[in-house]
Design a protein around this ligand. Sequence first.
Ligand code: URA
Length: 204
Amino acid sequence: MLPSGTLFRMNNALQLAEINARWVRDCTCTLKESATQAVPGDGNANAQILFIGEAPGKSEDIDGRPFVGAAGKFLNEMLATIDLKREDVYITNVVKYRPPDNRDPLPEEVAACAPWLAEQVALIDPTLIVLLGRHALERFFPEEKISLVHGTILQKKMGDLDTRNFYALYHPAAALYNGGMRGVLLEDFKKIPGVLKHLEATRD
Ligand code: URA
């Protein structure tokens, strides 16, 4: 006999693999032409926390997984400070293909990848969505400024889904070599377990 919940967890992982395989085939994002490959996402299909960054960079484009370069190493270190590993969370990006020369993604590239991201959110159904940086914030809260809302819980109804809980952070790449921003990011990151506890306790 499998322990209870095992089949549900396996099923989610299989379904997420199916979603990603289907969108790798069907996504209409024009960045497909210049990118080496799609970078769908990485981690636990049953995660309580979903991290969303901007777009893959050079290392991610080569590897096929998000946040594997310098920013990813920093993200892994921050996860360790709250006793989490990459395998405990799911990590993805707003845009699934590397923009040439790491330029900002264009609105049409964000729009082309949006239904893929929406399906990932619906399946994983995380308690908390952590937005990494101002571009990820802008995708969901175009009216907000990262300098004002970092480290706070934001809420938004997403399409047909229930209201989602978001938590915005400075982007690890931006904070990596900026002492002030790095300190703020580390402090905001440390609050994640408390934020999760609060959301679980106030869930109806
Ligand atoms: N920056 C991002 O926003 N995403 C990655 O996957 C890597 C760096």
